[in-house]
Design a protein around this ligand. Sequence first.
Ligand code: FAD
Ligand code: NAG
Ligand code: NAG
Ligand code: NAG
Ligand code: NAG
Length: 484
Amino acid sequence: MACLRTAYRAIALASIFSSTLALDACTQIQQAVSSASTVYYPIDLLGHYEQDITHWASSSTQSSACSVEPGTAADVSIIIQLLASTKTPFAVKGGGHTANPGFSSTTGVHISMTRFSGVTYDAPSSTVAIGSGLIWDDVYEALEPFGVNVVGGRVSGVGVAGFTLGGGYSWKTNQFGLTVDTITAFELVKPNGSIVSVTTSSDPDLFFGLKGGLNNFGIVTQFTLKTFPQGQVWGGLLTYTVKEIPAVNAAVARFASNVSDPKAGIIPAYNFLLGQPGISHLMFYDGPSPPAGIFDDFLAIPHLTEDVSTRSFLSLVQSAPSNVTTGARGAFHTVSLLEYSPTMIEAILNETTFWGTQLALAGATFISYDMEPFLPNIYTHNTSPSAFPPSRGPGYVPLNLYYAWAPSTSDAIIHTSLQQSAQHLTDVAINEGQAIADAPLYTNYALYDTPLERIYGANLPRLRAIKAEVDPDNVMGLAGGFKF
Ligand SMILES: Cc1cc2nc3c(=O)[nH]c(=O)nc-3n(C[C@H](O)[C@H](O)[C@H](O)COP(=O)(O)OP(=O)(O)OC[C@H]3O[C@@H](n4cnc5c(N)ncnc54)[C@H](O)[C@@H]3O)c2cc1C
Ligand SMILES: *[C@@H]1O[C@H](CO)[C@@H](O)[C@H](O)[C@H]1NC(C)=O
Ligand SMILES: *[C@@H]1O[C@H](CO)[C@@H](O)[C@H](O)[C@H]1NC(C)=O
Ligand SMILES: *[C@@H]1O[C@H](CO)[C@@H](O)[C@H](O)[C@H]1NC(C)=O
Ligand SMILES: *[C@@H]1O[C@H](CO)[C@@H](O)[C@H](O)[C@H]1NC(C)=O
């Protein structure tokens, strides 16, 4: 294993040595930063480099010339100025969970934010300052002793930074909106190296832009989020086999149309695995026990496995099987719906089976359609505008398509299939009267070549103007992602 890795590295190194530009930048960074920061190279026996560049989906990982772990905002400022002056391609990685290749990876200089790991709770203001290198698991664990929580990720392992900079759909979203709706400040290193605190009063345009604008405006070192009281929660995971699918379909339709308690949430995921469809079903209630009638029918349907209890928020988040495909190639896409109707749910099930069967030949190992029936009023908890969502009128709710596969030779067919499947489901929704033809697609689920208009809608001209102001030399264009 170690031998193979060394051989692999040698090959990777050979191609990297052609990139003397990036290696020069690595050397310059190493010489310029303080002792709080470290530059690592591919030959790193302790595995720092490997850990820095690795992503949840292996198709999101690239071999960079070096990785750098900055330890202070001042060092981030030095690094970004050096990258700007040498025009070196770079990447910024938080939790590494993007399913879009090249969004937080590079063959140039890879910046891993892992050393930004502080969690500082301020009880008087009911806010918490969170380092941009953390995953949500860490944040929940640190806040638990204070009996408070934030509006963050729903499953284990997801990074704070990309999640928050894209929008953020949480178990707490029905009650408090998206994560971007709960931000009070960003600590930002601008593309020209200035370190600023961005709030609604300090810079309303940039504050608007950062709430959904991903990595277009610089490198965020810290987020300040509002906190909310948090006690024990109820929920966890149920799995069902193929023969229970009709009953689960009916229960999902009922939940989506009839449950209005904002403390309740579900993610029914229709999966294709080992040649047949099945369901993994996450349930959440923001209290020690749910009122009767909300989840009873899900529990009454015979299930294969059950991990449901009264537990801590972190324990619930870690009950999700979000790591089972770690290391496979992976891609997401999305459809925005107004309703998870019975017709829609049937069509989603059919897509799961159709593409699961079809793509087995292409080496697909796991096909998943995650339904996210949030309440239609989730965008009304905050009326202050944000880059995403571009409209706070209709209560669009996301559907997440996730395909995992093995051979890189299948990347193209997976990509086309995701687009076709999303288009088919869009057509089904439109045919049954859902006005979703122009519905914005969620930043953090949309496939990498989704037109920016489909994500940011009417916000795009304003975002481009802010970008031109903050980053006239297009330094952030050296990093991948959806670019204004
Ligand atoms: C298993 C799984 C579960 C998920 N669950 C949810 C969910 O419940 N709700 C939801 O809304 N989304 C969810 N997502 C989507 C998630 O929001 C995105 O994958 C998001 O990109 C994760 O952020 P990250 O920091 O881990 O990603 P990264 O890959 O590290 O970064 C993603 C993007 O953010 C940029 N970025 C990272 N750090 C910084 C920084 N400090 N400054 C500027 N730009 C930065 C990167 O350059 C990149 O463009 C899930 C994804 C996965 C894989
Ligand atoms: C999932 O993987 C991440 C690493 O990406 C790890 O931090 C987390 O603890 C894992 N979660 C579980 C439940 O194993
Ligand atoms: C929602 O509740 C109403 C009234 O109880 C019921 O008639 C209807 O069938 C339910 N909808 C679904 C999809 O179960
Ligand atoms: C199932 O999905 C495929 C692929 O989108 C589609 O061609 C077919 O018409 C669907 N069948 C039904 C019954 O919806
Ligand atoms: C960086 O740009 C901002 C405008 O976005 C400006 O106010 C600031 O002075 C610049 N900083 C440096 C170091 O040039």
